[in-house]
Design a protein around this ligand. Structure first.
Ligand SMILES: C[S@@+](CC[C@H](N)C(=O)[O-])C[C@H]1O[C@@H](n2cnc3c(N)ncnc32)[C@H](O)[C@@H]1O
Length: 242
């Protein structure tokens, strides 16, 4: 996973409702892999609108949902009143020392200031706890899937996935495949919540969305189905302080 423009880190609040509506959640087997056995309290940092938070609450965990953007946090509070919300940043966690069994970060670690966030991870984790990271990422197989992900400005070709900013300690990684059935309109609505696409000039954004729409529509026409199956994977990392 490649680090991206930090100026976009706090751009999501401008389209928080669309983000909540169109972004996918995380596959259950990936969430299970990220939660330590016996965990009771975890932090979901960069929690956004709560796409991971909800899955953690469903597992009976106490969840500290940490999110700096007030618009994203407002959607999270509405959808997940049982979470403990904190408007804060990864480099200044409002959590006490050794207070959580895991710090979990979904599609957000690449936005964080890594050295400062890592200091906070080490301060807040209970002994034996881990930092768990997950990214949902396309896993193209068919030529049309490569064409589709090539239109996504945040997709970095076939380069191997890795988590930026971790100390040199060995990572445990896992990949959980899943398939997303999308209509052309659904894919475009999702793509519009990509911060790079959202930051484009209107004409350029329209061109990107039109191209993506055409790819998905072509598949639907060929297969005579309303949706196209876009292969994805949840790329997961566990890191423990030494
Ligand atoms: C792509 S969204 C992911 C949201 C959510 N975790 C999910 O899975 O849908 C990235 C989130 O990271 C948040 N973020 C950006 N910089 C951050 C920082 N320094 N500390 C904590 N969160 C941050 C953004 O506000 C945004 O909500």
């Amino acid at each position: 996973m490649t680090a991206v423009d930090p100026r976009r880190a706090l751009s999501f609040g401008a389209f928080a409702e669309e983000y909540q509506r169109w972004r996918p959640g995380y596959p259950p087997d990936a969430v299970d892999w990220l939660v330590p056995p016996g965990a009771t309290r975890v932090a979901d940092v960069g929690a956004g609108t709560g796409k991971l938070t909800g899955s953690l609450l469903q597992r009976g965990l106490v969840v500290d949902a940490v999110e700096p953007d007030p618009a994203m946090l407002a959607v999270l509070r509405r959808g997940h009143p049982d979470a403990v919300p904190h408007q804060a940043s990864a480099d200044a966690l409002p959590l006490s020392e050794h207070s959580v069994d895991a710090i979990l970060v979904a599609d957000a670690w690449h936005w964080f200031p890594h050295a400062a966030a890592m200091d906070e991870v080490c301060r807040v984790l209970r002994p034996g706890g881990w930092l768990g990271l997950v990214w949902n990422t396309p896993a193209p197989v068919e030529p049309w899937e490569f064409e589709l992900v090539g239109i996504d400005p945040d997709h970095h070709g076939g380069s191997e996935l890795s988590a930026p900013g971790l100390p040199s300690a060995p990572e445990e990684t896992a990949y959980f495949p899943w398939t997303w059935e999308v209509t052309p309109d659904q894919w475009c609505a999702y793509l519009a919540t990509n911060s790079a696409v959202a930051a484009m000039e209107p004409a350029e954004r329209k061109q990107h969305l039109d191209r993506a729409h055409a790819v998905v529509a072509r598949v639907c026409e060929t297969t005579k189905r309303p949706t196209a199956p876009v292969r994805h994977q949840a790329f997961c990392v566990r890191w423990r302080p030494s």
